[in-house]
Design a protein around this ligand. Structure first.
Ligand SMILES: NC(=O)c1ccc[n+]([C@@H]2O[C@H](COP(=O)([O-])OP(=O)(O)OC[C@H]3O[C@@H](n4cnc5c(N)ncnc54)[C@H](OP(=O)(O)O)[C@@H]3O)[C@@H](O)[C@H]2O)c1
Length: 289
């Protein structure tokens, strides 16, 4: 059975690492910056803990990471005591962080220089998808490494696809977020309008969700939006981090993203309302303030 390490036991990483152990049956070693969380994970799942990313990566076949942003990812890979200090030749590093395509290409090159492989593998499906092991994983990298990593990734995923060379996974995740941004604003405006019109939102959504306006966001978020509850799911701070990466990439590739850029500013308004940790459906809150 392959040996696996997991770096970053946050909202997403903690249950993903758990599935690698409990469902995949792999021998899992974890590292978390706040060590208490790694101890808690090891007590719950029976794996080992490491004191640094370098210690976690030593002698492993697969090394996973799910940290915050580009800088966090550089820190746990090419930083001091980073995983790339010890990663074995032939090992595969799988990065589940939502980061830039640029850092994916940079770390792909750094891993290759050590004889190791790097796959950018951001995920979609949120906290619930991670906890239930049904994430969608968008990968970029070499086909041979991907084929080896795919069955391991499937421990926590329902859909795993290779989108192209290094960075293509991150670019695909950007498209995912572009599609969500405008859609959630549309849903917020629809609910806002319905309330002003004095309609029963439950009834409205029950009917229109079965028609052409239906979406995952509508099905899964309308009840809580209608109740003014925004305290779960994907945080506004994370969404703004993603939109920042997307708008920078669009400046490079020349794509026109007028609605995405506008929604990014709307999320800025939500942050000003104190909604940094609210979920992304809180676009409704700025319409109702
Ligand atoms: N939450 C979601 O619904 C969701 C959905 C899809 C994608 N994502 C993406 O998945 C990634 C992780 O999200 P999350 O919700 O799991 O975040 P989170 O709960 O804030 O966890 C972040 C993890 O990264 C670690 N970390 C951050 N900076 C680090 C550094 N410089 N060195 C070492 N460890 C560091 C944290 O360690 P500590 O415990 O010490 O802080 C923690 O384990 C993000 O890129 C996010 O955009 C999240």
């Amino acid at each position: 059975m392959a040996k696996v390490a997991f770096i970053g036991l946050g909202v997403m990483g903690y249950p993903m690492a758990g599935h690698l152990k409990a469902r995949g049956g792999y021998d899992v070693t974890v590292y978390n910056r706040t060590a208490a969380k790694a101890e808690q994970w090891a007590a719950a799942f029976g794996g080992r803990t490491a004191a640094t990313p370098a210690e976690a990566a030593r002698g492993q076949d697969f090394v996973f990471a799910c940290v915050g942003n580009d800088d966090d990812l550089r820190s746990v890979t090419i930083g001091e005591n980073g995983a790339f200090e010890t990663i074995a030749s032939g090992a595969i590093f799988i990065d589940n962080t939502t980061a830039s395509a640029e850092v994916a290409r940079e770390l792909y090159a750094a891993a290759r220089a050590k004889g190791a492989h790097f796959i950018d593998a951001p995920v979609s499906g949120g906290q619930a998808g991670a906890e239930n092991g049904v994430l969608t994983v968008m990968c970029g990298g070499d086909a041979e490494a991907f084929e080896k990593a795919k069955p391991v990734i499937e421990s926590y995923a329902r859909m795993v696809g290779l989108m192209g060379s290094a960075g293509a996974g991150q670019l695909t995740k950007m498209i995912n977020q572009i599609c969500i941004a405008g859609l959630v604003q549309g849903l917020a405006e629809g609910i806002h309008f319905g309330k002003k019109a004095g309609l029963d939102i439950e009834k409205v959504i029950e009917v229109i969700s079965k028609g052409a306006a239906g979406s995952w966001q509508m099905e899964n978020r309308y009840k809580t939006m209608n109740a003014g509850e925004y305290d779960f799911g994907f945080a506004v701070d994370w969404m703004r981090k993603d939109l920042d990466i997307i708008l920078a990439e669009a400046r490079r590739n020349g794509a026109k993203l007028p609605v995405t850029a506008l929604v990014d500013q709307f999320y800025g308004d939500v942050q000003a309302l104190g909604g940094n940790r609210w979920d992304t459906s809180s676009l409704l809150a700025r319409l109702e303030k």
